[in-house]
Ligand binder design. Structure first.
Ligand code: ASP
Ligand code: MG
Length: 423
């Protein structure tokens, strides 16, 4: 007998039928002799709809109230799911994040979990019940207000609970069969990965792959908790996210595990920056002071004649306006010529632990882009990732070309998208 934490995403519980299908699956796990704790997301696109509703009554909803509103989505799911399980003759009890002991800091909309004290969950499962927990929410330690963990945060709830309960595994149920070598919506020849390491998964998540919430992977790695990502629509074995690829696994030989693409970033270029000590520090300090997260940075050598250089960086599209205003405020002091904003870029990344020991990955990658007619505008690398910025219109073509160039294409279509609106 083991303790299994299962998380079901919004597309798995989109309607009453979905609730019943998921309930049957949970009951089957219970019947197999395990203790079961379930974390559930809001039904279908509920969270987006609630955000739209908030924006329809005010242009700037207050963080506290928005969190109160959004957490209602998960409460609807948890109660319905408990009812559906009860209807199958098994006892299930639902709990809000706060009741489940998910304690966070007080940053509304992107709170961090500080501690998990799942006393009531432990009591419920020890008494033979199935515990259902509302994902994506907690309670602030200082203000005692209800908080949310950021979009996709139910994954993190599940892993944090699994760690606190010392579960054997955390299963993340979604609408595809696991983690793929690329987003099957853009690269139909994507193949399912048997295993992916925490490190690769972190890089993939940071590169814009939307499979797992970044913090959930950080958490799992910290507690060395295996995650099994699989579909709630099929019985297929999914992808295991673990510390190391198993010995002799064929994926271990693959240099590249996955190709990720991301359309959520924009690029800012500061033109004609005086090439003096302290200027870059001044620019990025003011960006940081305004809580703007940046990703890639490129600075050219200055032209000898003018002593001026250009600095480009990427950031989330949604932060573009704020960053531009911040830079305008220091333009006079620093004396650069102008600011260019470009939100028609895309980021394409290759991730693979095998990169460490294989030279020539960059050359193969860039040759594939050249053959596909994709121009590279910026480059950044980590030990196991290469990311490039290209035109947004070239992004999916580039992703397909890279996937083919590294021999990742499946012989036949493996990726089935079972549900979800992709919203
Ligand atoms: N319902 C929330 C969202 O859509 C949290 C989650 O699904 O994990 O972002
Ligand atoms: Mg959702």
């Amino acid at each position: 007998m083991g303790l299994i934490v299962q998380k079901y995403g919004g597309s798995s519980v989109a309607d009453a039928e979905g609730m019943k299908r998921v309930a049957a699956r949970i009951v089957a796990t219970k019947k197999a002799g395990h203790q079961v704790v379930v974390v559930v997301s809001a039904m279908g696109d509920t969270t987006d709809e609630l955000i739209d509703l908030a924006n329809a009554v005010t242009p700037i909803p207050q963080g506290r109230e928005l969190d109160m509103l959004l957490t209602a989505g998960e409460r609807i799911s948890m109660a319905l799911l408990a009812m559906a399980i009860n209807n199958l003759g098994f006892e299930a009890l639902s709990f809000t994040g706060s009741q489940a002991g998910v304690i966070t800091d007080s940053v509304h909309g992107k709170a961090r979990i500080i501690d998990v004290t799942p006393g009531r969950i432990r009591e419920a499962i020890d008494a033979g019940s199935i515990a259902i927990v509302a994902g994506f929410q907690g309670i602030s330690q200082d203000t005692k207000d209800i908080t949310t963990l950021g979009r996709g945060g139910s994954d993190t709830t599940a892993v944090a609970l699994a760690a606190a309960l010392d579960a054997d595994v955390c299963e993340i149920y979604t609408d595809v069969d696991g983690v793929f070598s690329a987003d099957p919506r853009a690269v139909p020849a994507a193949r399912k990965l048997k295993t992916v390491t925490y490190e690769e998964m972190l890089e993939l998540a940071a590169a814009g792959a939307k499979v797992l919430h970044l913090r959930c992977v950080e958490y799992a790695r910290r507690f060395n908790l295996p995650i099994h990502v699989r579909s709630s629509f099929s019985p297929n074995e999914g992808t295991w996210v673990v510390e190391n690829h198993p010995e002799g696994d064929t994926m271990e030989q693959a240099i590249i595990s996955g190709v990720a693409h991301d359309k959520s970033e924009a690029k800012i270029t500061i033109v004609g920056v005086p090439d003096r000590t302290g200027v870059a520090a001044r620019i990025f300090q003011s960006i940081a002071d305004n809580d703007i997260n940046i990703d890639m940075i490129v600075q050219n050598v200055s032209a000898a004649a003018t002593g001026l250089t250009d600095i480009s960086f990427t950031l989330p599209k949604s932060e573009g306006q704020k960053a531009t205003q911040v830079l305008q405020r220091i333009q006079g002091e620093i004396g650069f010529a102008s600011i260019l904003f470009d939100d028609t870029i895309g980021k394409l990344s290759l991730v693979g632990a095998g990169m460490r020991s294989h030279p020539g990955v960059t050359a193969t990658f860039f040759a594939a882009m050249a053959d596909a007619g994709v121009n590279i505008e910026m480059i950044s690398t980590s030990e196991i990732r290469i990311s490039i910025i290209v035109r947004e219109a070239d992004l999916e073509r580039g992703a397909k070309a890279a996937h083919t160039a590294f021999g990742l294409d499946a012989d036949q279509i493996e990726a089935v998208v079972y549900g979800g609106t992709g919203r």
